[in-house]
Design a protein around this ligand. Structure first.
Ligand SMILES: [Zn+2]
Length: 51
């Protein structure tokens, strides 16, 4: 995890992570611990680095 300093104080901000669906290949951003592909609802996801 990378920590980002910013003007947000210690407010908890959840940034979306990039994922790619292993089932259909769709790339998307999601938050939460158990995201699912918006296209096919698969939870077989690969987490991608931010770009
Ligand atoms: Zn999918």
């Amino acid at each position: 995890m990378c920590s980002v300093g910013g003007p947000f104080g210690d407010e908890e901000i959840v940034w979306p992570k990039n994922y790619r669906c292993s089932a259909c290949g769709k790339k998307f951003k999601a938050v939460g611990e158990d995201p699912a592909c918006p296209a096919c609802q698969s939870s077989d996801l690969e987490e991608l680095p931010d770009d």
